[in-house]
Design a protein. Structure first.
Length: 297
């Protein structure tokens, strides 16, 4: 998924709030809290792999861009909830600590982890070589990219030929950094007008642009697009198929390899007991389940 690249022809809009009840999302059944509780946990004792700072504080401070439902978003304007939240809360319980969820701009989270502002970054980060060179990444879920348009695709957008169309995308994402430059190059080579990119600070803003007709299409991670389609009550529809599937990774400091390996063990324990799969099922995302959790796969 979702870091920053200067592109010609990009219209960057200010991060003005534009969320609505439909776009903010809703939680299925039970909801998560901004800071998880940590009851006694079964399975291996992982406390030895905790960094001293986390062990002393009794909590993991996590940077999260809470604008990406159903993976991570704000409920009631203040509580961070979502699939990633539920799953990492369960991971933390395996260490016997809580989670302090700190909303942040997506493109500031990795640097925040590097500087020590956050202990971990959990925000639907696609694992790639550039990120692995900066931090450790622990795989926990598989997702691809998906496009969406207004119902009926009134502008006749084609994902493989969006030249001249207006497309909304979130700042700092894999879709903006890796996908769009290739498509822009193809438009240029074919002598066609470039894609008019509307780059938003938050994904819910990009979704709102599409709903409001300010964009002809949008692209984002597949679970996010599928959730947006559901939450907008038929105003949007899927365009084409999911492609470029890749694992998400938890962002852990480069020096904390032991902690990263401990997170792998926590995920393995959650998988064995069934909590991992049931957490994904709660958010209708079990099709992205992994079994081969790893550090820097």
């Amino acid at each position: 998924m979702r870091r920053t690249l200067a592109l010609s022809g990009v219209v960057v809009l200010a991060a003005a709030g534009c969320g609505s009840n439909t776009l903010e999302g809703s939680t299925p059944s039970a909801s998560s809290s901004a800071s998880s509780s940590a009851p006694a946990s079964s399975g291996p004792d992982l406390s030895g792999s905790l960094p001293a700072k986390i062990k002393s504080a009794g909590k993991i401070v996590v940077g999260v861009d809470a604008s990406y439902p159903p993976n991570e978003f704000l409920q009631g304007g203040k509580t961070v909830v979502g699939m990633d939240v539920d799953l990492f809360n369960a991971v933390a319980q395996k260490f016997g600590v809580t989670v302090d969820w700190q909303p942040a701009g997506f493109d500031t989270i990795i640097t925040g982890v590097q500087s020590g502002k956050y202990d971990v970054g959990v925000s639907s980060f696609t694992i790639n070589d550039k990120r692995k060179a900066q931090v450790n990444m622990v795989s926990y879920f598989n997702a691809g990219t998906l496009w969406a348009t207004a119902k009926g695709n009134p502008k006749g957008v084609k994902a493989d030929d969006a030249c001249g169309k207006t497309v909304a995308v979130q700042k700092g994402t894999t879709q903006l950094e890796d996908d769009m430059p290739k498509r822009q190059a193809a438009c240029k080579a074919a002598g066609k007008p470039e894609i008019k990119l509307v780059v938003r600070e938050k994904q819910d803003q990009a979704t709102a642009d599409l709903v409001a007709g300010k964009a002809d299409a949008m692209l984002a991670d597949s679970p996010v697009v599928l959730y947006a389609i559901k939450q907008t009550n038929g105003q949007l529809e899927q365009l084409g198929d999911i492609y470029d599937a890749a694992p998400y990774g938890y962002v852990v400091p480069k020096a904390e390899t032991q902690f990263a390996q401990g997170i792998v063990q926590a995920l393995q324990a959650l998988n064995t007991e069934g909590t991992y799969k049931s957490t994904l099922q709660k958010w209708n995302n079990d099709s992205g389940a992994l079994t081969d959790f790893a550090v820097n796969p």
